[in-house]
Ligand binder design. Structure first.
Ligand code: CAA
Ligand code: NAD
Length: 306
C-alpha cells in the first residue's frame, strides 16, 4: 500500500459548513513541522509558530527536504514538476515567532512541549484571542484533553488531533473526543484529517488513547529488558524487527520518538492507571536527565550525526 496515499488530494471546502481552509500549528519541532507540511501539501494556508527562530529555520529546511521526497514520488515520471510542487507547497507555509500572527485560522493545532500547565496557558490565550469559529486542537501524546481544556470557554470547539511520527509517512490520525466537543466540531476534525491524507480513528479521552496505551507497555518492557541486561540493545531491536515484523525495534523507536516524550507518556499513563507496567524506569530517567533524548539530541540508545 502506498504510504503517501492521499497526499495529492485537494481539500474540498464545499463539503462541510465548517470546512477548514487555514491552519496554524503552534510548535515547530518534530511533530509541528510534519503537521504543517501535510497541511500545506493538501492545499491549505499554514502559519507555523515557534518561540525560537532557529527552530523555525530548522523546520523550514526539513519541510523542504521532506516535500522533495514526496514530490519525487508523485512526479516520478516528470521530474520537471518536482521543483514547482515543492515551491507551491512550501510557499503556503508562513512562519512566525508570535502566536498572534496565527490567530486568524479556522483550526489551530498545538504541538508544543508535553507539559500540562504550559499547554493550558497557551490554550487559555488562544481561546481569548482567536475568532469564535476557530477550532482549537492539541496533538498531545498522553495528557487528558479535558484537563488541557479546563480553562477555555469554547469547550465545544476543542479536541485532540493526535498525529504519529513521522507525520508525512504515518497514515493514522487519532481524533480524540473530550467530554464537551460538539458533533459539528468532531465531524469537521474528521473531515479535515481525511483531507490531509490520514485515516482517522476516534477515541474517548482515555490515557494514551488507542495507540500509546498499547505501545506504552511494549516500550516499557523493552527498556527494562535492556536495563536488566537480558539482551543487547541491538538484539532487542533485531528481535522485534525480524521476529515480529516491526519497521523499527523498540529502542530505535524510543530514540526516534524522543526519550523525553517517551518518559512523559509513561509517566502520565502511570499517574492515570496505576498499572505497574508504567512505573518509572531508572535508566530512562537517567538518560533524560543527561540530555540523551535520542535522535533530536544526537544520542540516545544509539548515537546520531547532528
Ligand atoms: N517525510 C516524507 N517522507 C518520508 C519521511 C518524511 N519525514 N521519512 C521517511 N519518508 C519516506 C521515505 O521517502 C521512504 O519512502 P519510500 O519507501 O516510498 O521510498 C519511506 O518513508 C521510508 O523511509 P526510509 O527509507 O528513509 O526509512 P525506513 O524504511 O527505515 O522507514 C520509517 C522509516 C517510516 C520511520 C519506519 O522505520 C517506521 O515506520 N518506523 C516506525 C515509526 C512509528 O512507529 N511511529 C509511531 C511512533 S509513536 C507516535 O508517534 C505517537 C506518540 O505520541 C509518541
Ligand atoms: P519538540 O520538542 O520537537 O517540539 C516542540 C516545539 O515547541 C519546540 O520547538 C519548542 O520551541 C516549541 N514550543 C514550546 N513552547 C512553545 C510555545 N509556548 N509557543 C510556541 N512554541 C513552543 O516536540 P515534539 O516531539 O514535536 O512534540 C510536540 C507535541 O507532540 C508533544 O505534546 C508530544 O507529546 C506530541 N507528540 C509527539 C510525538 C513524537 O513522536 N515525538 C508523536 C505524537 C505526538
Amino acid at each position: 500500500m502506498n504510504k503517501l496515499v492521499g497526499l495529492t488530494r485537494n481539500f474540498s471546502s464545499s463539503s462541510s459548513l465548517n470546512a477548514i481552509k487555514t491552519v496554524t500549528v503552534v510548535g515547530g519541532g518534530l511533530m509541528g513541522s510534519g503537521i504543517a507540511q501535510v497541511s500545506a501539501q493538501a492545499g491549505q494556508n499554514v502559519t507555523l509558530v515557534d518561540l525560537s527562530p532557529d527552530i523555525l529555520q530548522k523546520s523550514q529546511k526539513s519541510i523542504e527536504n521532506n516535500l522533495r521526497r514526496v514530490a519525487k514520488k508523485i512526479h516520478k515520471d516528470d521530474a520537471s514538476k518536482i521543483d514547482n510542487y515543492v515551491k507551491e507547497s512550501f510557499d503556503r507555509i508562513k512562519v512566525s515567532t508570535k502566536v498572534e500572527d496565527g490567530l486568524n485560522s479556522d483550526l489551530i493545532i498545538e504541538a508544543i512541549v508535553e507539559k500540562l500547565d504550559i499547554k493550558q496557558q497557551l490554550f487559555n490565550k488562544l481561546d481569548e484571542l482567536a475568532p469564535q469559529h476557530t477550532i482549537l486542537a492539541t496533538n498531545t501524546s498522553s495528557i487528558s484533553i479535558n484537563e488541557i481544556g479546563t480553562g477555555i470557554k469554547r469547550k465545544d470547539r476543542f479536541g485532540g488531533l493526535h498525529f504519529f511520527n513521522p507525520v508525512p509517512v504515518m497514515r493514522l490520525l487519532e481524533v480524540i473526543k473530550g467530554d464537551h466537543i460538539s458533533e459539528e466540531t468532531y465531524q469537521a476534525m474528521m473531515e479535515w484529517g481525511k483531507s490531509v491524507g490520514k485515516t482517522c480513528i476516534t477515541c474517548k479521552d482515555t490515557p494514551g488513547f488507542v495507540v500509546n496505551r498499547l505501545l506504552g507497555p511494549y516500550s516499557a518492557e523493552a527498556l527494562r529488558m535492556y536495563e536488566r541486561g537480558d539482551a543487547t540493545k541491538e538484539d532487542i531491536d533485531i528481535g522485534m524487527k525480524l521476529g515480529a515484523g516491526y519497521p523499527m525495534g523498540p529502542l530505535e523507536l524510543a530514540d526516534y520518538t524522543g526519550l523525553d516524550t517517551n518518559k512523559f507518556v509513561l509517566q502520565v499513563l502511570y499517574e492515570k492507571t496505576k498499572d505497574p507496567v508504567f512505573k518509572p524506569i531508572p535508566l530512562l530517567d537517567k538518560m533524560v536527565a543527561e540530555g540523551k533524548l535520542g535522535i533530536k539530541s544526537g544520542e540516545g540508545f544509539y548515537t546520531y550525526k547532528k
